[in-house]
Write a protein that binds this ligand. Structure first.
Ligand code: WT7
Length: 635
């Protein structure tokens, strides 16, 4: 394993070198991998088009680096440790050699089903090892994976399949989720029924074994396509800038967009950031509780750990099944050394009481990680004291689907830590804060909009099928900068604190959602005339979803209407987008040019009425009083 930063001084030097000589810095990291052909040039970039290329003309396959490369040195060590939903069901382990053979077999199976280089393969699956195997098999043959979180609705799945013209869906019969079984295959069937003309095959992994409907000619069982496949498959030699995966994420406008990551830069950054952020040492057991349906699962369950030769745990279940001690029971059972989860889970478990933690021996934990949303001080302290016994430094890791890997974080045990501060940029990362006009805010003790002025290897390259959208969303706001959408503060010592989104994106239980997307779903209800959705502070979820809705005259039973509205949103997007609060209003506060004044709606939803500001310039100031009154009892 290559060098890991161990001291604050080393961190400072590495960061300095990465800024003074980024090409030299990243070439050195890239050298540690296996390439069919080395790059001609490390980096070419501009943030105007934008056009970013790392390791130009380098040829490689990421799975050779995550699997083949480890066979001699750690072939018999565990690569994936799988903990099932049911605590009494059997744990599964795959050594690097076993994983290598499974991936190769699946790669051959995909080829046999007509998948080739550049084709898109959609995954809609539970957290089982087959998901990781399928994803890696896709990468092995040069195809592009698009994993869709299995909590999204059939409609949302169909939209994502069609946006990138996937040829195949890989799914399971059912998902185990706590006490429930979720019929995922049925959801895939429903999606295909809505019209997904490019899908030629559905591979179904038998998970629960319960009955499912079968589409002859389309569906095939995972175990049947795998049967008899040779357990080696030559890796497709790819260009460093060939696509690796698409992952859909929400923005402030329109439909979710397919963020595209390419192979070489993503590989180098995933491995580098994993090793350094988690201070992973040989023999450790690392556990990230995220779902592979999100970027955290891509980079820090599958790619980062496997590229680094680590033992990565995959957990099928939920934090509260069979009870609120499950995370800690699993940590004890597998002697977890690095534990990485989201603030929403921390807050939910904190609310259940310390007794759920106290019965378990958590002394194996060396590093705690947090990701997905700002962690409030109370949750940070609880994590530090009750879970970590003040013995396990916390890495508050800030990053995004678009960044591919962690950009700003504490290096646990290396850099200092401060509650609610993500702290310092990793080497290779050059954050800057700007004001609304894009002027750089220099010096410390400043607050502004968080941008990046230089590319790191795993920056997104485009949004699938719509490069202009990528440009206008991230690179047009401030010339020559990547705009993150977050506001941040820099303290006297240069640490960063992420304040939250400054655009119309909300973060509900660590799930990113566009308010426009939820509004579009709400507007599908036949009695809805117009709606506006905002986030409001929520004790457990971080933000809750507050919907203001204008209805026609046919709504008499409000409770029934609210129920229907939630069902519509569940149908259009999924249960994670269901509004927590719905308020029927006669109008929405608008500017004279007809724009909804969301600022007012956010303040009312947060019961923050003292600073509403001047409402007299509104087109319809009278509506504000009504909205304030109605906010006392939303449905
Ligand atoms: C948005 C990105 C990165 C993986 C999971 C979320 C928020 C993320 C932090 C953090 C404060 C955070 C930001 C960011 N966020 N991590 N440590 N502190 N905020 O990925 O779905 O692409 O969402 O999540 O607002 O922009 P994502």
């Amino acid at each position: 394993m290559t060098h890991v930063i161990k001291t604050f001084d080393e961190y400072r030097q590495a960061w300095k070198k990465s800024v003074e000589d980024p090409e030299g810095f990243w070439a050195e990291q890239a050298e540690t991998f296996q390439w069919h052909k080395k790059w001609d040039k490390v980096l070419e970039w501009n943030f105007q088009d934008p056009d970013v290329k790392w390791f130009i003309n380098g040829k490689l396959n990421i799975t050779e680096n995550a699997l083949d490369r480890h066979l001699d040195t750690r072939g018999d060590k565990v690569a994936i440790l799988w903990e099932p939903n049911d605590p009494n069901a059997m744990v599964r382990e795959y050594t690097y050699r076993e994983l290598y053979h499974e991936v190769n077999k699946m790669a051959n199976a995909l080829k046999a089903k007509g998948i080739g280089k550049g084709d898109r393969v959609c995954f809609y699956m539970p957290m089982v090892p087959e998901l990781a195997i399928g994803v890696l098999a896709t990468a092995r043959i040069g195809a592009i994976h698009s994993v869709v979180f299995a909590g999204f609705s059939a409609q949302a799945l169909a939209d994502r399949i069609n946006d990138s013209d996937c040829k195949m869906v890989i799914t399971s019969d059912y998902n185990h989720r706590g006490a429930k079984n979720i019929p995922v295959k049925k959801i895939v069937d429903d999606a295909l029924e809505m019209g997904c003309p490019t899908i030629k095959t559905v591979i179904v992994h038998k998970n629960t074994g319960d009955d499912i409907a079968w589409n002859e000619g389309l569906d095939v069982w995972w175990h049947e396509v795998m049967e008899g496949q040779p357990d080696t498959c030559p890796a497709e030699v790819m260009d460093a800038e060939d696509p690796l995966f698409i992952l859909y994420t929400s923005g402030s406008t329109g439909k979710p967009k397919g963020v595209l990551h390419t192979i070489g830069g993503y590989m180098v950054y995933a491995e580098y950031s994993f090793r350094n952020v988690f201070q992973y040492e040989d023999g450790d057991t690392y556990w990230c509780t995220a779902d592979v349906g999100w970027i955290t699962g891509h980079t820090y369950i599958i790619y980062g750990p496997l590229l680094a030769g680590a033992k990565t745990m995959m957990f099928e279940g939920v934090p509260t099944y069979p009870d609120a001690g499950r995370f800690w029971q699993v940590c004890e059972k597998h002697q977890v050394n690095q534990f990485y989860t989201a603030p929403t889970a921390i807050r939910a478990l904190m609310a259940q009481g310390d007794e759920w933690v106290e019965g378990y021996d958590l002394s194996s934990i060396k590093v705690l990680g947090s990701v997905g949303e700002p962690i409030n001080e109370e949750a940070w302290n609880w994590y530090n004291e009750v879970v970590g016994k003040k013995n396990a430094p916390i890495a508050d890791t800030w990053w995004q689907t678009e960044t591919g890997g962690i950009l700003i974080t504490t290096l646990p045990g290396v850099t200092d830590q401060k509650p609610t501060y993500a702290c310092y940029p990793l080497p290779g990362v050059q954050p800057i804060l700007v004001d609304a006009e894009g002027n750089e805010l220099e010096g410390n003790n400043v607050e502004g909009l968080l941008c990046m002025k230089f590319p790191w290897p795993s920056i997104l390259r485009t949004t699938w099928g719509d490069h202009e959208r990528c440009r206008s969303t991230y690179f047009s706001m401030y010339d020559g900068l990547y705009f993150t959408g977050d506001g941040a503060k820099r303290d006297a010592d240069g640490r960063y604190r992420i304040i939250g989104r400054v655009d119309d994106v909300i973060n509900v239980s660590g799930h990113r959602m566009g308010t426009a997307e939820v509004e579009n779903a709400i507007n599908e209800h036949e009695n809805v005339i117009e709606s506006a959705v905002v986030g409001y502070p929520h004790n457990i979820k971080g933000q809750g979803i507050y919907a203001y809705v204008i209805t026609d005259h046919n709504v008499s039973d409000l409770d029934k209407f609210a129920k229907e509205l939630r069902a519509v949103v569940t149908r259009e997007i999924g249960p994670i987008a269901k509004p927590d609060r719905i308020q029927v209003v006669s109008g929405l506060p608008k500017t004279r040019s007809g724009k909804i004044m969301r600022r007012i709606l956010r303040k009312v939803a947060a019961h923050d009425l003292d600073s509403l500001g001047d409402t007299s310039t509104l087109l319809n100031p009278e509506v504000v009083e009504e909205i304030i009154e109605g906010s006392e009892k939303p449905v």
